[in-house]
Design a protein. Structure first.
Length: 365
């Protein structure tokens, strides 16, 4: 049944793609997108729970669209299917909604799609470039990057129900990390030379704290919010560090804390990146180029037992844990283009999920 519905959906997508390229009104384009979303929901309902699906971005239809795939059946669905690029997908905590970026490198917005209600709306207003959405634990707010009128990217908080947008950071930002478990902290990295490093701020805009003072970025809370893992170039090469929640960085002026509170987990002459905590907080996935090309490793949160999971002569990257921590989705360029793969937490049973000449990337559970 899933196969038949999926084939029917492909025909609908093809027809809609042709219509979108024709000269038609904006209202008709929106209506067509609603039809396609409705067909996608039918497939989800018929083919299993959304908790089993992996979401990813693909350019197979000429622009970046968001797709879902069932790892067991292999059924794929184009979730968005509009004429604009859609990327940076992040699922809400209850997995009933998704936030993503829409547009080009010069101008983009952040949209939310409520799957069950088939409701899609934009949470950013005005012109600018809005990217990198991050859901709050409650699912009521989203932190994101916004560059309005090319005045420098700042961190903003959007209230989903009120569609309001409030600026959170007063310094230029280069990335939004994520929210603490309690929702009382948002991590972000600054590119301001005077305030370079990782910052922590309450979503209400108070109690901003500069956590680190080096070339640090990619900060993510551990699942219990007791530690922060991040990438740092403070020693000349992108390496992985971890620090306790209330640790101080002696690279910050006026700080008297010991650097023993900030632990370096990796030491190599090549870059390391793409951090991902395991759901239980005991392990970290990461990508390293220490073997001559990008490969996926896993290690204990202490930095011990660094174990290589992929063995290919091509780039393997963007690893993410499944919600139960038993499976890892990742991207491999095995055939010269990017495809989605999965493997177990030991690197075994590697299985290709997508296989085409397009670029499939950005997996999310």
């Amino acid at each position: 049944m899933c196969f038949a519905i999926n084939e029917l959906l492909k025909l609908v997508e093809l027809r809609v793609a042709l219509w979108l390229k024709s000269s038609m009104s904006r209202r008709m384009r929106i209506n067509l997108c609603i039809v396609l979303t409705f067909c996608s929901v039918l497939l989800w309902t018929a083919c299993g729970s959304s908790s089993n699906l992996i979401y990813f971005v693909s350019d197979r239809d000429g622009q970046l669209d968001i797709y879902s795939i069932d790892p067991e059946s292999g059924d794929e669905v184009n979730i968005t299917g509009t004429a604009e690029d859609e990327y940076d997908i992040v699922l809400s905590p209850d997995r009933n909604s998704m936030a993503f970026s829409v547009g080009s490198k010069e101008s983009s917005s952040v949209d939310v799609l409520k799957v069950k209600e088939m409701e899609r709306f934009t949470i950013t207003k005005g012109t600018g470039r809005f990217t990198t959405p991050r859901w709050s634990p409650s699912g009521n707010q989203i932190a994101l990057m916004g560059d309005i009128k090319s005045k420098g990217a700042k961190v903003y908080i959007s209230d989903i129900e009120e569609s309001s947008l409030a600026r959170l950071s007063d310094v230029d930002a280069i990335g939004v990390g994520d929210w603490s478990k309690s929702g009382d902290s948002v991590l972000f990295s600054s590119s301001n030379r005077k305030k370079l490093g990782i910052h922590d701020r309450n979503p209400d805009g108070v109690n901003q704290r500069q956590v680190t003072c080096g070339e640090d970025y990619g900060a993510i809370w551990s699942p219990d919010s007791s530690q922060i893992a991040f990438i740092s170039e403070r020693d000349g090469n992108p390496e992985i560090y971890v620090m306790d929640k209330k640790a101080s960085d002696d690279m910050c002026d006026g700080e008297k804390g010991s650097r023993l509170e900030i632990y370096r987990l990796t030491e190599s002459d090549e870059p390391e990146y793409d951090l991902s905590w395991s759901p239980d907080g005991k392990k970290l996935l990461f990508v390293t180029e220490r073997d001559g090309n990008a490969e996926i490793y896993v290690m204990e949160a202490s930095g011990n037992k660094q174990t290589r999971l992929t063995y290919n002569d091509v780039k393997d990257h963007q690893p993410v844990w499944s919600p139960d921590g038993k499976t890892i989705a990742f991207v491999s360029e095995l055939d010269g283009d990017s495809d989605i793969f999965i493997m177990n937490d030991k690197g075994e049973k590697q299985t290709r999920l997508t296989n085409n000449e397009s670029e499939d990337f950005g997996p999310s559970w």
